[in-house]
Ligand binder design. Structure first.
Ligand code: FAD
Length: 251
């Protein structure tokens, strides 16, 4: 039995498999789990008498009835591998508090936002864009500056939210989505940007008018991408504090 002060259960209500190791899942916790865009839930499974738990960024808007997550199964991963096998209708454990400070200050007043990610690192940005659209419709937010999501993946089937983000781009003049694929030779139909996000970062930052002192940059996901992107933008003159990050695993 688990510690009910710390944990609740969450039922898996739906899932969408994108590739063999990548899926979007919606969970319904049996308690209220308030959060803001950029925060994460801690999911757990009881395995061999131990609770194994890991943080996962939330992709849904806080106003949605369920929590949506975008997860990659890591080979031999202690949690993500067994989590991948949990069927719809079953339950996982979930910490009773969502946490995290990433995106706490976003959108940054008077600055365009450049949101840069690899694969599942798009989750907090999806949450934010959904939330901004709801707040805009409710008159709680005004779109005065551009918001750009730059997402990198090996192949286009890993771009979990591409259709949704392209739709936001078509419907919102303040929003731009730029996906880039680093193995185009495995993806012969791909007609978009190629290379890693770092390869196209300066081009889109410049196009959006970001310059030192003007623009907030948020980096999420792969530690190599974060280190490279931070290096590129600080060499360009951006202050360290203009760049925030959420690193998913150690370097
Ligand atoms: C704040 C935060 C938010 C996160 N949000 C997400 C999310 O939205 N979606 C998501 O899939 N993951 C996310 N992660 C990563 C997640 O918490 C786990 O680390 C991941 O699922 C691997 O856990 P595991 O137990 O399967 O692997 P472990 O057994 O813990 O790790 C096995 C090895 O794989 C490495 N590793 C971990 N993740 C990856 C990866 N994606 N690619 C390559 N190597 C990796 C580890 O460093 C370790 O060396 C987040 C991490 C943090 C800190």
């Amino acid at each position: 039995m688990f510690d009910t002060d710390k944990y609740a259960t969450a039922t898996i209500v739906s899932r969408r498999d994108l590739a063999a190791d990548l899926w979007v899942v919606r969970i319904r916790p049996d308690v209220e789990l308030p959060f803001r865009p950029g925060q994460y839930v801690t999911l757990g499974l009881e395995l061999d008498g131990r609770i194994i738990e890991r943080p996962y960024s939330i992709a849904s808007d806080p106003a949605e009835p369920e929590i949506e997550l975008f997860i990659e199964r890591v080979a031999q991963g202690e949690l993500s591998a067994p989590l991948h096998d949990v069927p719809i209708g079953s339950a996982t454990l979930v910490r009773k508090r969502c946490k995290g400070l990433f995106l706490k200050d976003a959108p940054v007043p008077d600055h365009p936002l450049l949101l840069v990610c690899t694969v599942t690192g798009v989750a907090p940005f999806v949450s934010m864009v959904r939330s901004l659209r709801r707040r805009l419709e409710g008159g709680e937010w005004t779109a005065e500056h551009a918001v750009i999501v730059l997402q990198g993946a090996a192949r286009s089937d890993e771009l979990g939210y591409a259709d949704e983000l392209r739709r936001h781009q078509a419907e919102c003049d303040w929003f731009t989505y730029v996906p880039t694929v680093s193995r185009p030779w495995e993806d012969t139909e791909w007609r978009g940007e190629t290379g890693r996000v770092e390869d196209v970062l300066r081009k889109y930052a410049d196009e959006a008018g970001l310059r030192p002192g003007y623009g907030a940059i948020f980096l999420c996901g792969n530690p190599g991408m974060i280190a490279n992107s931070r290096g590129i933008m600080t060499r360009h003159g951006f202050a360290d504090k203009a760049i925030r990050e959420e690193q998913y695993w150690p370097d």
